[in-house]
Write a protein that binds this ligand. Structure first.
Ligand code: NDP
Length: 632
């Protein structure tokens, strides 16, 4: 066991630091259930973290994963639609074509409607609106950010989420409500994959081709194809030889398991089930599977940090008492705290913001004692304290000390997405649940009927891959279709060495094209719909302006793009050391040092500055930074 006795405050300045809350005097309060005392040895923890990271670093990095293509393509098939759908090809013209019917596309379409744009078409590869919430229907699925700030446009729809963290089914149905409310269904093309997009100079129109032989024209296109749509499998030797049932969590097979998203998986009775992975998806579905499977083996490579969830029903009286404008204010409050901006109150008040409250307290204590600690040092100490609390929670909940030890995460909180559950750790107290801890290695082999690790073979009837997605790779970068702008310029070529744009939203050579939800060159937030809402309102305002003023094309100037690149460089937060010391995962490109990561590619000034900057630019930057042509 690691020595956690307090010796010295000598924590590494590894935290990619933002200003501390409230000049360290904000009124953030910590939850009452704290780990006992600030007694730990930062150096010992750092050493342990690095040892654990080293176990997991691998030379194949991202290429360890298999895409759901080729002989694995049946893993990607849509289980939620009837096979054999056909329709006639479409060859018409729309004012705006939006790629993607998930949150990015839906919110943008909604904002365009609010701006008075009537002629909108959404193209979506799934069978309905919803995106992530269309594909992910596994049992136990819920949003991991509070639904009052996660579900967009609640005030516009007059909708009250039933719980603080709503079920996936509710969010999916809410996406359908958005589609109906904003009248998007009639013109939408579902089960349609875009194959090619190119700019027609003569027509000044985008031409969008699809796998249903459509050749559609559009004056504007919006790429809103999200970042969690490419599921991946682990490249485990023998994976193709398994003869039992196997599927990815984003294509859940309820015909096999029985039940639905609320559970009742009666088809698993008598079955031996394996779940591979212990990330955000696994922690939600494992407790449900554990209730029904004869035996459940959970194969873990890296433990997750699993904090208190404390879900509960929405109080209708409280909800009714919220003043107009409350949702944006609440979103801003949450995002502010997560980037260390002073706030009077923590409105969401859950464990997402906890580490900042700890940092604020440590800073106050240090100031009280006249000690001088740099903010990065304080954040690192707060993080150690936070993770000690997470590890103490494992010990409290999991009865078997050896299993508890295996479930403890040894890395900084933000090396992976922090998780929350009041059921996951508890599931390991059930006699029919076995944790197979691979100590950072992953399983050795899959055979026709078993999973092997460390000389032991676990026979299973079913393998459920909770192994995630190629996070942050939108379709236009994933080679799903070609996208060619002026003079045959291919977007993949233009961006071969990284995203080049203004605000991550428009890029030279691609007139009348907007990107919503890009992770590179743009503002980043934990609560993704917040930034999507801001970006889509921005795009809708620009499209409206073009339509109102008879602007035929708008295209960002080279100087503006270069200027943004310079701003990005100037604002960049040096996260290299922090990310290098992290355990591998999709936040740090599986530990591959030489690549831009999700965080390092985002706007370093934080989401607030980014939003303000886009707002100001609409007022004063448009003419300066954009080449405009008018209809002849
Ligand atoms: P993650 O990438 O978070 O987790 C994948 C898991 O698979 C990890 O535990 C990983 O281990 C494990 N794994 C990968 N390869 C192997 C292997 N060879 N052997 C054993 N284990 C392996 O994917 P998720 O689907 O859980 O989540 C992805 C993202 O989707 C989340 O971070 C979140 O942004 C979003 N999401 C949001 C949800 C919500 O809001 N409700 C719910 C689910 C997902 P290792 O850590 O070692 O790589």
């Amino acid at each position: 066991m690691l020595d956690v006795g307090f010796r010295t405050i000598g924590a590494p300045s590894a935290w990619p630091v933002a200003p501390l809350p409230g000049a360290l005097g904000g009124s953030l309060t910590e939850p009452t259930t704290q780990a006992p005392g600030p007694t730990f040895d930062p150096e010992a923890l750092r050493k342990k973290y690095l040892e654990e990271r080293d176990k997991r670093l691998r030379s194949d990095g991202l290429s360890q994963y298999i895409d759901l293509t080729g002989r694995f393509k049946e893993y990607a098939e849509d289980p939620y639609v009837e096979p054999g759908f056909t329709r006639d090809p479409i060859t018409d013209e729309s004012e705006v074509i939006i790629l993607g019917g998930g949150f990015s596309g839906l919110i943008t379409a909604a904002r365009l409607r609010q701006a008075g744009v009537r002629d909108i078409r959404v193209i979506e590869k799934g069978g309905d609106f919803g995106g992530t919430w269309y594909w992910n229907r596994y049992p136990g699925i819920r949003c991991d950010v509070e639904s009052y700030i996660y579900m967009p446009l609640l005030e516009e729809l007059g909708y009250m989420p039933t719980e603080k963290y709503a079920r996936g089914q509710e969010i999916f149905e809410y996406c359908q409500m958005l589609g109906k409310h904003f009248d998007l269904y009639d013109n939408a093309c579902f089960q349609t994959r875009v194959t090619k997009i190119h700019w027609d100079e003569g027509l000044s129109r985008w031409i969008v081709e699809t796998d249903r032989d459509d050749v559609m024209r559009a004056r504007f296109i919006v790429l809103g194809s999200g970042g969690l749509h490419l599921a991946k499998l682990p490249g485990i030797p023998g994976i193709e030889s398994f003869a039992g049932k196997a599927f990815h969590t984003s294509r859940w097979d309820y015909e096999y398991t029985g039940g639905d998203q609320t559970g009742n998986l009666t088809g698993l009775k008598g079955k031996r089930v394996a779940v591979i992975g212990t990330g955000a998806t696994a922690i939600q579905c494992v407790p449900q599977i554990a209730k029904y499977a004869k035996h459940l083996y959970v194969f873990q490579r890296t433990p997750s940090s699993v904090d208190v969830r404390a879900n509960g029903p929405t109080d209708p009286e409280w909800f009714a008492s919220l003043e107009p404008g409350w949702q944006r204010e609440r979103m801003q409050n949450f995002t502010s705290i997560l980037v260390g901006r002073p706030q009077e109150e923590d409105l969401v008040n859950d464990r997402w913001t906890d580490v900042w409250a700890k940092a604020a307290r440590l800073a106050r204590e240090a100031a009280g004692e006249g000690a001088e600690l740099d903010p990065a040092e304080i954040m690192q100490l707060a993080d150690y304290e936070k993770m000690n609390q997470i590890r103490a929670r494992v010990e409290e909940i999991v009865a078997d000390p050896e299993v508890a030890e295996s479930l403890k995460p040894w890395y900084n909180l933000w090396c992976k997405r922090p998780l929350f559950s009041d059921e996951f750790l508890q599931a390991f107290n059930q006699p029919n649940v076995t944790l197979v801890d691979t100590d950072g290695r992953g399983v050795d082999r899959i055979t026709e009927n078993a999973i092997e690790f460390g000389g032991e073979s676990h026979e299973v009837d079913c393998i459920i891959f909770a192994t995630g997605f190629r996070v942050g790779v939108p379709t236009y970068q994933a080679g799903e279709f070609t996208l060619t702008g002026r003079d045959g310029l291919d977007l993949a070529d233009k961006w071969a060495d990284g995203c080049k744009s203004l605000h991550g939203v428009y890029t030279r050579g691609f007139p009348n094209m907007f990107i919503v939800g890009n992770k590179m060159d743009a503002g980043l937030t934990t609560n993704v719909p917040h930034i999507l809402g801001e970006q889509s309102a921005h795009v809708a305002a620009l499209v409206k302006r073009c339509l109102d003023e008879g602007i035929e094309t708008m295209e960002v100037r080279q100087e503006a793009e270069d200027g943004w690149a310079a701003t990005m460089a100037e604002k960049a937060v040096d996260r290299q050391k922090f990310e290098e010391e992290c355990t591998p995962g999709y936040f740090n490109n599986e530990g591959q040092k030489d690549r831009t990561t999700i965080f390092s590619g985002g706007y370093g000034g934080g989401p607030y500055e980014y939003i303000e900057l886009c707002d100001q630019w609409r007022e004063s930057g448009f003419e300066k930074d954009v080449d405009i042509t008018y209809a002849r």
